[in-house]
Design a protein around this ligand. Structure first.
Ligand SMILES: CC(C)(COP(=O)(O)OP(=O)(O)OC[C@H]1O[C@@H](n2cnc3c(N)ncnc32)[C@H](O)[C@@H]1OP(=O)(O)O)[C@@H](O)C(=O)NCCC(=O)NCCS
Length: 119
């Protein structure tokens, strides 16, 4: 199901393959789905990553991919998935989340390239 959500949202299999790869590596921190009328319409995945800094490796979470079925986009589902995921990670003590994504979408969640530069 999660594969079909990612394939439909991105129009290609790459992101669904990424999900499978992260799962088989045991790197998944959090995988959330969104339901509308008992149908899964969205998915977000956060995985473990490590940032190399001058002070040594620092653990972080990576947000990718996030996908909402085309017919359900632009109704706040992606935003709810991301906000809920970030809240859960914060509650678990995660302090850094990295995303590679559209600069018009992610700043609303607190992401900024400026913050990434300061790591
Ligand atoms: C990106 C995505 C997850 C957003 O989910 P959503 O439920 O449609 O988004 P929301 O309703 O929470 O937010 C809507 C906002 O997303 C923005 N948005 C949607 N898709 C976007 C895209 N591909 N690039 C930039 N902004 C996008 C819209 O501009 C809208 O903002 P606005 O209303 O202020 O103009 C969803 O559109 C999707 O699955 N897209 C295809 C896959 C994808 O590109 N994933 C992200 C990879 S970085």
């Amino acid at each position: 199901m999660i594969r079909s959500i990612n394939e439909a949202a991105f129009g290609r299999p790459d992101e669904a393959d990424l999900v499978d790869g992260l799962r088989s590596e045991g790197a998944v921190l959090l995988s959330l789905v969104a339901e509308v009328e008992r149908q899964i319409v969205g998915h977000v995945l956060f995985s473990r990553m490590s940032i190399e800094t001058s002070g040594g490796p620092v653990p972080a979470a990576a947000l990718a991919p996030v996908a909402v079925l085309p017919d359900h986009q632009r109704r706040g589902i992606g935003e709810q998935l991301i906000r809920h995921g970030l809240d859960l990670l914060r509650a678990r003590g995660e302090r850094i989340v990295i995303v590679l994504g559209h600069p018009g979408y992610y700043p609303r969640f607190g992401f900024s390239s400026q913050k990434a530069r300061s790591l």
